[in-house]
Design a protein around this ligand. Structure first.
Ligand code: ZNA
Length: 288
């Protein structure tokens, strides 16, 4: 019995040790550079200029060279926003007003939303966002080559190569924003508006109140909750306060119909969706 207890304790300590090791090394070392990065990124670039947005003229080879140069010439944690300057100069972009859609902590939903609400464009619809979406990259420690084995976590670097590219892309995107713009935030988490997020720290600060007419905030929660933040509570109020102090006009909705329909398409049997569908049918009957 004592022997069995000792073995169990021993095993538990080994598992605890392995878990700790996993978390520590995980914090410092994530996945490596996405395999086939050059083919993927250049392929996306050619796809964009040929099929997605054929009116645009870009030199995909020159963009790749500028990108590679920015990444492999600096140490893996020393790639700053400015290092991508040359690359971004190769991909100038302008956008029609009233289409800008910003998001934070709503990545899955935003993909579904932009697929149906074609009118809206996110950073992922610009050439830079399109090329680098979901891609990881970093340089080898000693070598001017991509590191395909492991890359540091964002938090482990002062100037993380992936973070810096998105910061610069987000800054450019926000500077371009004009007309009525939309922001989609996640009401199922604390700090839906987070001043440390890319939206809260880069995009918001680069919006120009002279060019932007209205900031339309949409707060969305999971169907099952938790229902933590809304237009009248939590960090959303901080966002509204900042917008007001900078002279922006704003609206806020926490019950957007299209977003609810999108969530319900995926869970039609959910009680919220049944009630919602009934209310739509009733409305239709009344209209007839
Ligand atoms: N498409 C992307 O991969 C991506 C897009 C990556 C980073 C930033 N963006 C821009 S910034 C996006 O188009 C939105 O306009 C802006 C949202 O940024 P946010 O406010 O910081 O929101 P978030 O949900 O916290 O982060 C956005 C995305 O960044 C996430 O979905 C992840 O793909 C990525 N990310 C955030 N933190 C980390 C991270 N990836 C690796 N390590 C992290 N610590």
């Amino acid at each position: 019995m004592a022997m069995k207890l000792k073995t169990t304790i021993g095993m538990t300590s080994v598992i605890a040790y392995l878990l700790t090791l996993g978390t520590c090394s995980g914090r410092l070392r994530g996945l490596g550079t996405t395999p086939n990065i050059k083919h993927i990124v250049m392929g996306r670039c050619f796809n964009y200029i040929t099929l997605v947005n054929p009116s645009m003229r870009y030199d995909c080879e020159a963009i790749w060279s500028a990108f590679e140069e920015a990444v492999v010439k600096q140490a893996s944690c020393d790639v700053a926003m400015e290092h991508y300057r040359h690359m971004f100069l190769e991909m100038p972009q302008t956008w029609a007003c009233d289409r800008f859609l910003f998001w934070s902590k709503t990545k899955k939903l935003i993909q579904d939303y932009t697929a149906v609400a074609r009118h809206f464009w996110t950073l992922e619809d610009t050439l830079a966002g399109y090329m680098f979406n979901d891609i990881i990259w970093c340089r080898q420690q000693e070598d001017s080559e991509f590191n395909f084995r492991s890359c540091p976590e964002w938090s482990a670097c002062l100037n993380h190569p992936v973070h810096s590219l998105w910061r610069q892309a987000s800054k450019n995107f926000a500077e371009m924003a004009c007309g009525n713009i939309t922001v989609l935030l996640n009401g199922s988490i604390e700090n839906a508006f987070n001043t440390n997020s890319m939206f809260g720290s880069v995009e918001l600060d680069n919006l120009n109140p002279v060019k932007v007419n209205y900031v339309n905030i949409k707060v969305v929660t999971n169907l099952d909750g938790p229902f933590i933040e809304s237009c009248g509570s939590g960090s959303i109020l901080d966002l509204i306060h900042i917008l007001q102090s900078r002279g922006f006009r704003w609206t806020c909705s926490d019950n957007d119909r299209i977003l609810k329909i999108l969530q319900c398409v995926q869970k039609p049997e959910h009680s919220v969706c049944r009630t919602f569908a009934e209310s739509l049918t009733q409305r239709e009957t009344t209209l007839r």
